[in-house]
Design a protein around this ligand. Structure first.
Ligand code: FAD
Length: 472
């Protein structure tokens, strides 16, 4: 990833706004700017837009949406701010958290009401740290549907898209002003294009083993479950241009990836009374702290594996999830009528499993306390038929990145903004702080959608367009 001298360079074509990356952030940024009348071009290295967004469950947290109001859920940006800052232990930039929370509801309303994207409320369980039901997702709970729906709007909304366009260099002057970019085609040929402003929506560095080893050594050997094209280009370009980066140790992990099937298993059963055991048939953690920090917990267990234990009632909320349907079809989900039979199927010690289940029953009834501090009270006892899935911990995406302001403008160490550079989604430092435990469920798409929206609108303003009517 290179910074190229802009002096004496001419471009065959110059667009007003270029966006690198066609995941949720890039697509939303481009659609927002184009709606304001900006000539917008998205460059995507893959033959078809996908990104980590398409691997995700498409769950977008947002507060105060019309969808929530219709379900009589009283949620506000203030509640979301409190949940975010509680999870990140006040270690994320409060101004950015506020900006993200405040535009989260209007962004989802814009997606559903203006663009006509089909999102529904995820009901049946609360994610760790959530004070309200606020996950909005495509009906199949599949991020691939979100990317497809967003990019299908490009032509009618005047967004140009070039796929198979791997951006390898930015043309800039000594002040960090961007003039254009260079991209490589699959056959190795290179092309250039000029731009008046640039949005980096090319996610973080989860796919770059060297950067992960440098900043997140605990996950250096972990399965990377995100999009391989996310090589840290935004951080590398930004810092070369004099931008500040922050919280590069932060990441989203997940402690529940079916292994060896490689399919995400929702954390829903863990939130409703399910639990994880290791190969000794013993619990080893407080599963309610969050699935992100649970990745490292699971990886610390023998064989880097754990088993999620739940039952048919806890399975019900996942019945519509595309990933879970796939996990069932691939045989990852085991079922048995007794705990002993389940233990035998899983190859776990029966006595220990029986003892663990009996202990959990006492935590649920309140006659004993969970040694890891989890509150099981109020949950129903597990009932046959019992369910289980073998899982491992994985790295999903990085949470650190380029420092930005509330308009997604990329900042230098001294707090000044680079002249015409914006970043959002995984390219920017997010709202999780420096630790994996700071990741509140959905922070990935929260910052992809809201910062994409903020970046697109701010770029449009900078390029001289009036505030679009849908901006609130
Ligand atoms: C399995 C899984 C499940 C998840 N589920 C959820 C969820 O339900 N809710 C949630 O909030 N988060 C979830 N996440 C995290 C979420 O997917 C990401 O945080 C989010 O998709 C990031 O969006 P983005 O637009 O920043 O990046 P991406 O969607 O990754 O898009 C970046 C794009 O940039 C392209 N690109 C990169 N470099 C270049 C370059 N040099 N030139 C051209 N193109 C380039 C890539 O090919 C890619 O298409 C999940 C992650 C995983 C891995």
């Amino acid at each position: 990833m290179t910074i190229l001298p802009a002096e004496n360079t001419t471009f065959p074509v110059t667009v007003e706004l270029a966006v690198i990356g066609a995941g949720a952030c890039g697509a939303i940024a481009a659609l927002s700017a184009a709606q304001a009348g900006i000539e917008t071009l998205v460059l995507e290295r893959d033959p078809v837009p996908a990104g980590s967004t398409s691997l995700s469950a498409g769950m977008i947290p947002a507060a105060g949406t019309a969808i929530q109001a219709a379900a009589c859920i009283n949620d506000t940006a203030e509640l979301l701010i409190a949940d975010l800052m509680g999870k990140n232990k006040n270690r994320a930039d409060p101004a950015l958290v506020r900006a993200v929370a405040q535009i989260s509801g209007p962004t989802v309303d814009w997606l559903t009401q203006d663009l006509g994207i089909d999102l529904t409320l995820v009901e049946g369980f609360l994610y760790p740290g959530f004070s309200r039901l606020r996950m909005h997702a495509p009906p199949r709970r599949a991020g691939v549907d979100l990317v497809g729906d967003l990019t299908s709007k490009f032509s009618e909304r005047n967004v140009d898209l070039i796929c198979d366009a791997h951006v390898t260099g930015l043309y800039a002057d000594n002040n960090g002003q961007i003039y254009g970019l260079r991209f490589r085609r699959p056959d190795g040929t290179e092309e250039t294009i000029g731009c008046k402003a640039l949005i980096l929506a090319c996610n973080g560095y989860g796919g770059n083993a060297q950067l992960v080893a440098e900043h997140i050594p605990e996950m250096a050997d972990a399965l990377y479950f995100g999009h391989p094209g996310n090589q840290g280009d935004a951080v590398l370009w930004g810092t070369a241009l004099g931008a500040a980066s922050r919280h590069l140790t932060g990441y989203q992990g997940h402690g529940s990836v079916a292994h060896p099937h490689g399919i995400l298993i929702s954390w829903a059963p863990m939130m409703e009374g399910g639990f994880q055991v290791n190969q000794s048939g013993r619990r080893f953690s407080n599963e309610h702290l969050g699935y992100s920090e649970q990745a490292a917990e699971v990886l610390r267990q023998p064989a880097h594996a754990a088993w999620c234990i739940y039952d048919e009632a806890r399975e019900a909320p996942m019945a519509e999830f595309a990933d879970y349907i796939q996990a069932k079809a691939s045989g990852a989900i085991k079922t048995a009528d007794t705990i002993e039979a389940l233990a035998e199927t899983l190859g776990l010690p029966q006595d220990a499993m029986r003892q663990t289940v009996t202990e959990v029953e006492t935590f649920i009834s309140g006659t004993a306390q969970c040694p890891y501090g989890r509150d099981f009270t109020g949950k129903a006892q597990l009932r046959a038929p019992y369910k289980a899935v073998r899982v491992t911990g994985a790295l999903f995406h990085t949470q650190g990145g380029l420092v930005i302001d509330e308009n997604a403008r990329v900042l230098r160490d001294d707090g000044s903004a680079l002249p015409n550079l914006f970043a959002g989604g995984g390219a920017a430092c997010g709202v999780s702080g420096p630790e994996p435990s700071g990741y509140l469920s959905g922070n990935g798409l929260l910052t992809a959608t809201t910062l994409g929206r903020l970046a697109g609108l701010a770029a449009a303003r900078q390029l001289g367009r009036v505030k679009p009517p849908t901006e609130r």
